[in-house]
Design a protein around this ligand. Structure first.
Ligand code: ISL
Length: 591
């Protein structure tokens, strides 16, 4: 049978370079820092590293506002440093994908500066520019009622150009006009340029937003109130989205005979982790779409294999509890996570793939959402971190770990508004303060959902700067409790880090855990999450069990006979399961 594409079995790991490792002491993480930590990633068993944006940027939104797609942000290093990182990863059997932000560019991008200078010239049509109305400054009201995700209107008046410009995000993040075939050709060229440097694919930022409804009509007020952002129904899944994605896959990603061979391809890595010869260049690479707001059915239309659009998408519904959003200060119920995945998996066909993720740079730490104020209890913290890893790494799908998950990273106890650096947090705090909310109350309302929690520097070793930098880190990262750094965990076979490493090794060695079938046990239980992964060939089946609660529960009866191979509380499978206890067990052949 044809081999499934590499990314179906791969373990992905998101690096937020700004907060991963700083090699030159300026307090900001950089590419040489990532290269210096490749052995940590290879040892963990990572197959593909996703780098959050590293292109030249004024950093209004920490790199998600690109000024030059073919230059590396100066704080992060140079193109040569990136080439070294790509080679270093490939040499270790790991691939690299970049974060491609092409729904919008920075207002400092040459295209936008040209559009402002001559709105009726060739670059004016690269963006969504609209005329104002006669009035004192010629602006009048914005062209429609669309709101920006970072507060205020989604329109910015450009006095020098006498035009409104659309920005769904910060005022320095100008939405590109994908209706313009020249814009689409430019993006395809950027992709080809990076593919030629050996990049193995991309995570595509808010890629479902690129097609806007023609005429940019006002958003329905009721939907706007429900979704929190008027106008979202006119762009979150626009009329030409499939067409644009199919075209980009064909013109940007797919290699042709004319393409120069990539300078480096990844070394193959066997089931036992041994490295082999370089694999042939992958004709397409991998396209991972970040698609906030799409549901299961839309996800399937965007990523089904026969659709020839994206390969995987991030469906964010899993991160918010029922009726909850990121800003709500609530304890996330893992019973909800079980229900979400059982429903999702039941609706997938053989053509479909699913990205399994619980954390990223835009969300508070899932571990803290689950444990609430008990997230500093070292026993619960370790057990729950292992339970989340077990769910993410043994359900059917492609897991995306976010940096720090492997050492049970938790939220930061930000003590002052000044410690929140993310544009979204800063704007929300300013809005609350402008509404007269007292400082402490404003901080208390923003802190639960702040994206800053995920951007705290990686904790490599104990100490005030946790081995992240020899200088003053750009973001505060207090010692949250002893024992949760890479150095301390790496030396402890019972640690969360060792558990991740052992589980990924098991996953690589056991086809049932990647290509195998899936059968849920006791699907209706809200406290016990158990399932069997059935071997695709004549290998072993595996039983996985998780106690979804912070209470001791009775292990159900009538389960398949199985021997524990990896467990958070030892390998015996007795009549009870400790809080968040998880076990991965080899099913014994009946009779
Ligand atoms: O804040 C959000 C909207 O409420 C998040 O959901 C997030 O902004 C959204 O998922 C889009 O995220 C991506 O695009 C943003 C950038 O700020 C995020 O870091 C990036 O992941 C604009 O580029």
């Amino acid at each position: 049978a044809a081999q499934p594409p590499w990314w179906r079995r791969a373990v992905f790991y998101q690096v937020y370079p700004r907060s991963f490792a700083d090699s030159d002491g300026d307090g900001v993480g950089d590419l040489r820092g990532v290269t210096s930590r490749l052995d940590h990633l290879a040892d963990l068993g990572v197959d593909c590293v996703w780098l959050s944006p590293i292109f030249d940027s004024p950093n209004e939104d920490m790199g998600y506002d690109v000024r030059d797609y073919r230059a590396v942000m100066s704080e992060m290093g140079t193109l040569a440093d990136l080439d070294d990182l790509i080679a270093g990863a490939h040499e270790r059997g790991m691939r690299i994908i970049l974060d491609l932000v092409v729904n919008h560019t920075s207002a400092e991008h040459a295209w936008f500066r040209a559009a402002v200078a001559d709105p009726d010239g060739p670059y004016g049509d690269y963006y969504h520019l609209q005329p104002g109305v006669p009035g004192e400054d010629g602006s009048g009201p914005p062209p429609n009622n669309w709101a920006s995700f970072f507060g205020g209107s989604a329109w910015r008046w450009l006095p020098e150009a006498k035009r409104w410009a659309l920005h769904l995000f910060a005022p320095g993040q100008m939405d590109l006009n994908w209706e313009n075939p020249r814009v689409r050709a430019e993006v395809a060229e950027i992709v080809r340029w990076w593919r030629a440097r050996g990049i193995d694919g991309f995570r595509l930022d808010v890629i479902n937003y690129i097609s806007k409804r023609p005429g940019l009509p006002d958003g329905n007020e009721a939907i706007g109130a429900l979704m929190g952002f008027p106008g979202i129904e006119h762009y979150f899944f626009g009329p030409r989205l499939h067409e644009y994605l199919r075209e980009l896959r064909a013109t940007g990603f797919t290699r042709t005979a004319q393409d120069p061979r990539p300078p480096s391809t990844v070394r193959s890595r066997g089931a036992d982790g041994t490295l082999g010869v370089p694999e042939p260049p992958d004709p397409v690479g991998v396209l991972v779409g970040e698609t906030p707001g799409v549901g299961v059915e839309m996800s399937r239309l965007l990523s089904g294999a026969r659709r020839r659009e994206l390969d995987l998408v991030f469906n964010f519904d899993v991160l918010d509890g029922p009726g909850k959003v990121r800003w709500d200060d609530y304890r996330y119920d893992l019973g909800y996570l079980k229900g979400f995945y059982l429903d999702y998996l039941a609706r997938l066909g053989p053509d479909d793939a699913i990205a399994l993720f619980l954390d990223n740079h835009d969300n508070p730490r899932m571990l803290s959402k689950v444990l609430g104020t008990r997230d500093r209890d070292p026993v619960l913290r370790s057990a729950a971190a292992k339970a989340l890893a077990t769910i993410q790494l043994t359900l059917p799908g492609t897991p995306f770990l976010f940096q720090g998950q492997e050492i049970a990273a938790i939220n930061q106890d930000f003590a002052a508004a000044a410690e929140l650096k993310d544009v979204e947090s800063v704007n929300r705090l300013a809005e609350l303060r402008a509404d007269g909310v007292a400082h402490e109350d404003a901080l208390a309302r923003v802190r639960p959902g702040a994206r800053d929690h995920a951007r705290v520097p990686m904790r490599w070793e104990p100490g005030p700067t946790t081995g992240f930098s020899t200088g003053t880190p750009w973001q505060v990262g207090r010692e949250d409790s002893v024992g949760f750094t890479v150095a301390e965990q790496g030396a402890d076979p019972g640690s969360v880090l060792s558990f991740h490493r052992d589980l990924i090794r098991l996953r690589r060695a056991e086809p049932a855990l990647t290509d195998g079938g899936f059968r849920a046990l006791l699907p209706r239980s809200r406290e016990y999450f158990g399932w069997v992964r059935t071997a695709p060939g004549d290998g072993d089946d595996w039983l996985v069990e998780v106690n979804l609660t912070d209470r001791t529960i009775k292990r159900p009866r009538g389960l398949p006979a199985a021997t524990g191979v990896l467990g958070s509380h030892g390998l015996a499978r007795g009549p009870r399961m400790a809080p968040y206890e998880c076990v991965v067990a080899r099913v014994l052949i009946a009779g």
